[in-house]
Design a binder for this molecule. Structure first.
Ligand code: ADP
Length: 428
């Protein structure tokens, strides 16, 4: 009887402990189902219950491994997308935005947090891009297109040129998930192409005029049977003048190309150099022309002033500025040439009392071939490249140019160079 009682108690205890272990397992399984994959089940109880706990633990471990692989892949993909220069935009078959990277948000000027889940037509205010997305989905194939985007940034509206490429997004079983659009900003490329095209057109135009004049003069000379020496000399003078003009254009173009090509080396080779002799040499070069027009120079430059400069190039830049100051000033006026340290910069200025420049021309005055008065510049022997050479020389020094002018009163052109302080330190 006592034995039966003991067996009964034992059986009851086993039932209770199995129940307890199963409850534990269930609680653990619930937590696993809720995503707590770090949980490990420890079940005290019969072997079968322990085996079940081991299986649960193994499952949790595998799930955790797979999940961390998925998270890692997602992070890697996110990092790749966010570091891409190209804008990437994914849409579902209903043209709703699934995801977009930072570049796409910037290019299209949209807020990513408000774009996800909304139709591309609502979010992107560009009909070309909307149509491109719709066409990709309708034709169910990869497409390519170029489009122009108008970007409003405060009061300024600018245009951006986009090259768009699309592809259909498919799941592993081949089902269609939507489409991905890759947007490449080719604005800079287009601008450079247009600058190059303009430059070639400008050079051709500039060269065509003297060449046509030479051709006409030579043809006239050849056509004349009885050579009137005086007329012949006049035609030959035209040929000589136009040949000089061609020579000046070619010389300036070669100068520009050389400075552009060698700018890295020029910057690397800059050394602390006295500035006063450079100003003196530039004035000397322009002296005869100034005297012809009774223009007086005044030069201001401390004898010890030194700068990180290439003296030959800086002299060429100053000669261009002084030559302009003479060309565009009436006689019996003054031209002031100065060099000084200003806020850590070496600033070289050429100030004249000439005709000045109207404000609308100032933003473009340093562009190649830009002239406020083409006929006058040509009559004075100008090529329209002088200021562009000055700008390139300043930039080859790591510096910049600036201009102040009042129409009718005169102009001040400046070259701002870095490195005057370093030069001083070297001195002390
Ligand atoms: P150019 O060979 O025509 O002088 P530059 O590039 O040196 O070419 O100058 C471009 C234009 O800028 C000139 O045609 C002229 O209209 C204007 N310009 C340059 N320097 C001066 C100046 N000191 N005063 C007035 N206008 C100037």
């Amino acid at each position: 009887m006592a034995l039966l009682g003991a067996l009964l108690v034992l059986a009851l205890w086993r039932v209770i402990s199995v129940n307890h272990a199963l409850r534990e397992l269930r609680r653990s399984a619930d937590r696993l189902a809720q995503g707590d994959l770090t949980l490990r089940v420890t079940a005290a109880g019969p072997q079968r219950v322990q085996e079940l706990a081991d299986t649960l633990n193994q499952m949790a471990r595998q799930l955790q491994d797979r999940l961390s692989t998925v998270v890692q892949q997602r992070n890697e993909l996110g990092a790749v997308l966010s570091s891409m220069i190209e804008g990437v935009l994914a849409i579902d078959p209903e043209e709703r935005i699934i995801s977009l990277n930072g570049a796409a948000a910037r290019l299209l000027n949209i807020d990513p947090s408000r774009a996800i889940g909304r139709a591309i037509q609502e979010v992107v205010r560009n009909t070309a891009l909307q149509r491109f997305a719709a066409r990709t989905l309708a034709q169910n194939e990869s497409l390519q297109a170029e489009m122009t985007l108008r970007v409003t940034d405060g009061p300024t509206v600018s245009e951006r040129y986009l090259q768009a490429q699309s592809a259909i997004l498919r799941s592993e079983d081949g089902g269609r998930l939507g489409a991905v659009l890759v947007l490449h900003d080719v604005t800079q490329l287009r601008r450079l192409e247009s600058v190059r095209r303009d430059f070639v057109a400008n050079v051709s135009h500039e060269v065509k005029t003297p060449v046509s004049a030479i051709k006409a003069a030579v043809e006239t000379l050849l056509a004349e049977d009885d050579h009137d020496p005086e007329a012949a000399e006049a035609f030959l003078r035209i040929v000589a003048r136009q040949a000089d003009r061609l020579d000046a254009i070619v010389e300036d173009l070669l100068s520009l190309a050389r400075i552009e090509q060698e700018s890295g080396q020029i910057l690397a080779e800059l050394a602390p150099t006295p500035v006063a002799p450079v100003l003196a040499a530039a004035c000397e070069t322009c002296q005869a022309k100034a005297e012809e027009q009774e223009i007086n120079f005044s030069v201001e430059c401390g004898p010890d002033l030194r700068g990180q400069i290439n003296p030959m190039l800086l002299e060429q830049a100053l000669v261009n500025l002084i030559d302009n100051a003479i060309k565009y000033s009436p006689s019996e006026t003054a031209v002031r040439i100065s060099a000084e340290e200003q806020g850590g910069e070496l600033v070289l200025s050429v100030t004249d009392q000439g005709r000045g420049i109207e404000p609308e021309h100032l933003p473009r005055i340093f562009e190649r071939f830009y002239r406020t008065d083409r006929a006058r510049s040509r009559a004075l022997g100008g090529t329209g490249l002088g200021l562009s050479i000055v700008k390139h020389i300043a930039e080859a020094h790591g510096g910049r140019v600036s201009v102040d002018s009042i129409a009718g009163s005169g102009s001040t052109f400046r070259i701002h160079l870095r490195g005057v302080n370093e030069a001083k330190r070297t001195l002390s």
